[in-house]
Ligand binder design. Structure first.
Ligand code: ATP
Ligand code: BTN
Length: 327
């Protein structure tokens, strides 16, 4: 876990009232020196907190973004189980730690993740009050094998929510990425808690970029984008979170019975690599071929010398053949 000192956490909580706080008052409240306050301010700036300062008045948040708001999300989604946090290690982990005391659809969102994570142990860059860090709990009455296509369905639900918000032109990359013009806009991470034979407890995590602070984007080692860049619309994160909840509830409802079958056509319309020459990477082994989409289980279909090879989830990564990024 990356760390945020207790003093910086306190300062962040204090600033959440969006009012000015003088350095003298901060020193007193945190019981530290002015030099120490400067260190905390630097620490907050490092995680993407944008502070505004005025001579004689002190510091306040410079963010113009609307804050995550439980009541607004409930009003739009009609859902009752949502936990809105200021700071968390990972919204996925927060829910995983609470299984099985959760109801289906329980959602956790946060303004900031100290240890946001992607697939295969990769890091998810999670600057403060900038994006959506979203996790959704769902138990399925089926075996783990039946969940193979789940991340694809979650991708479709995310595109639906974005379209409802007026965002067009989004595509999907097998198995868990959401793209706009070859740049990564969002990622999906599905994690399972220990499951019995016929029940799987899942946490579905979605990280969706809304407005990336310039300093934070530099840390991402692939092409990325955010909603602020691809649309002139003023994105309301609360509304978008509500749409994500509604779409997931709707699409996941029958998944354990129907699987991906009813959504295959929709996937093919959204798939950004269809018919392209690609590399399939598993550890350090690369297989090249033409990408032919998915089968009804959500497995990857690659055509090589006229034959079809099937790859199933897990540790598999897909890249365009001519892409430099074959890590
Ligand atoms: P694949 O899913 O095909 O294996 P990937 O490199 O996208 O490839 P993921 O585990 O899906 O791997 O996502 C993690 C990666 O996403 C990070 O290694 C980084 O390159 C990128 N990344 C991290 N944070 C962000 C962010 N906020 N926005 C866009 N991309 C990010
Ligand atoms: C990926 O592309 O590898 C998936 C990224 C998933 C990031 C989200 S942010 C909310 C949830 N909490 C996490 O720690 N990860 C997911």
């Amino acid at each position: 876990m990356s760390d945020l000192s207790n003093g910086s956490r306190l300062l962040l909580t204090l600033l959440c009232d969006r009012k000015f706080h003088s350095k003298g008052k901060i020193c007193k409240l945190l019981n530290v020196s002015a030099v120490c306050v400067n260190d905390h301010i630097k620490e907050l700036q490092k995680i993407g907190v944008d502070l505004y300062t005025e001579q004689g008045r002190g510091y306040q948040f410079a963010h113009t973004t609307l804050w995550l708001d439980e009541e607004k999300i409930k009003a739009v989604s009609g859902a009752k189980n949502i936990s809105v946090l200021l700071i968390v290690d990972s919204t996925n982990q927060w829910l995983l730690d609470k299984i099985p005391n959760l109801e289906n659809g329980h959602t956790c969102i946060a303004e900031f993740q100290l240890a946001g994570r992607g697939r295969l142990g990769k890091k998810w860059i999670s600057p403060f009050a900038s994006h959506i860090y979203f996790s959704y709990y769902q138990a399925f009455n089926c075996s783990i094998e039946k969940l193979a296509g789940l991340s694809l369905l979650v991708g479709i639900a995310t595109v639906n929510a974005l379209e409802k918000s007026g965002i067009k032109g989004i595509s999907l990359k097998w198995p868990n990425d959401i793209y706009y013009q070859n740049k990564k806009l969002a990622g999906i991470l599905i994690e399972l808690s220990a499951s019995s034979k016929n029940i799987c407890y899942t946490v579905i995590g979605i990280g969706l970029n809304v407005k990336m602070p310039a300093s934070q984007g530099k840390q991402i080692d692939q092409s990325w984008t955010d909603l602020n860049t691809i649309s002139h619309l003023d994105i309301d994160r609360n509304q978008l979170v509500a749409f994500l909840m509604t779409e997931l509830a709707c699409l996941l409802k029958d998944f354990e019975i129907t699987g991906l079958r009813p959504y295959i056509d929709r996937w093919f319309k959204l798939d950004c690599f269809l018919g392209k020459q690609v590399n399939v990477i598993i550890a350090d082994k690369i297989t090249s071929g033409i990408y032919r989409g998915i089968n009804t289980s959500g497995s990857l279909l690659i055509e090589q010398h006229g034959k079809t090879i099937i790859f199933t989830g897990g540790e598999v990564s897909l890249r365009l053949h001519n892409c430099n990024d074959n890590k």
